[in-house]
Design a protein around this ligand. Structure first.
Ligand code: UDP
Ligand code: MG
Length: 331
């Protein structure tokens, strides 16, 4: 079976009104351009009639693959499942609420296939969202840009296109869908681009994210930056900090002892203050204890990761010569 051109992955939570219109529109674009495609609709535990409607749509359109969660796991989980399922050469994600326009698909497809981008993120240059969303979003994008070094204006745009192998490599959960470009970069996909896309006001229903998105989003950025760098080597992080702290404590302690000995043996007098009366003593104590604790934390994490079945999971990009496996030749 030849590979499909495009997989469209759509995470959705209570979007019953938008679905028929969305599918109709995607179909029109695909047919006009003659793409072979599939539409993967991931129902994230909707409590309205979304799943019924997807079933109905799937009967009329054989390009639709519907998947349904028993409960609401979140957009990242829905995307992750869609990614595992996607078979197209190019994978395009899109929100279900008609805020993203399917007319952008051909442009995104070209950037991946012809210009060789690994990932192209939509940029809603002109947004139709309330101000309570646009201002925090600017701040979020600025922070992420600085932390990741990726020059994107709009990290969290739902409309994105990927090479198939990117979605098979990137794993998202929690609120991490906001950082897919960051994760992709850390996995080694360098060619990350941006395309200005049309944005529209939400036609039906309302946003599915509240203000907590900003708190969770920020915490997830911290865990991603931490996990991607130190997952395989936690000791490098904790061990370094621990050793530094311990060393600092040790030097302070040496100084305190040295000072006391100096008074007694060289100046032949009692020190002005006893060791335990000096602030430095407590600082040294804390530094020593914290250092030992951090070191231990690193050691424990290292032991845990040693036992992890995925500890030596590295993504092999390519093979040649006798390293060619029969499975790889077939794909
Ligand atoms: N969504 C989801 N699970 C959730 C929340 C949202 O699958 O728990 C979907 C939602 O149905 C939509 C997309 O994620 O297709 C973007 O959500 P929304 O439009 O509410 O976000 P906003 O545009 O306000 O950032
Ligand atoms: Mg939306």
């Amino acid at each position: 079976m030849s590979k499909l051109d495009i997989s469209v992955v759509i995470p959705l939570y209570n979007e019953e009104e938008s679905l028929p219109e969305l599918v109709e529109w995607i179909k029109k674009v695909m047919d006009t351009h003659g793409y072979t495609y599939e539409i993967i609709m991931v129902n994230d535990g909707s409590t309205d009639r979304s799943w019924e409607i997807i079933n109905q749509l799937a009967k009329e359109n054989q390009h639709i693959k519907g998947l349904s969660f028993l409960r609401n796991y979140g957009k990242s989980a829905a995307l992750n499942v869609g990614f595992r399922e996607a078979t197209g050469t190019v994978v395009i994600t899109m929100d279900a609420d008609l805020q993203d326009s399917p007319d952008e698909i051909p442009g995104l497809f070209k950037m991946i296939v012809e210009e060789g981008y690994d990932l192209v993120s939509g940029w809603k240059k002109k947004r139709y969202d309330p101000i309570t969303k646009t201002i925090p979003s600017k701040l979020f994008n600025y922070t992420t840009r600085v932390m990741s070094g990726i020059k994107l204006h709009d990290f969290n745009c739902g409309l994105k296109a990927y090479k198939n192998k990117v979605v098979k490599t990137v794993e998202v959960n929690g609120e991490m869908h906001r950082y897919i470009p960051v994760i992709a970069k850390w996995e080694g996909f360098r060619k990350i681009g941006e395309k200005t896309v049309q944005h529209r006001a939400r036609k039906y229903g309302m946003t599915k994210f509240g203000l907590e998105r900003f708190i969770y989003g920020f915490l997830d950025l911290l865990s991603i930056s931490f996990v991607t760098r130190f997952r395989k080597k936690p000791m490098h992080f904790f061990g370094t900090l621990g050793s530094l702290s311990f060393l600092a404590g040790f030097i302070m302690a040496l100084y305190l002892i040295g000072e006391k000995l100096y008074y007694i043996h060289v100046l032949n007098q009692l020190p002005r203050r006893d060791i335990v009366e000096q602030p430095l003593f407590f600082l040294a104590l804390v530094a020593l204890i914290v250092g030992a604790q951090l070191f231990l934390a690193g050691f424990m994490a290292e032991m845990t990761s040693l036992n992890h079945p995925n500890r030596n999971d590295y993504h092999i990009e390519d093979r040649c010569g006798r390293a060619q496996t029969p499975e790889l030749e077939r794909t």
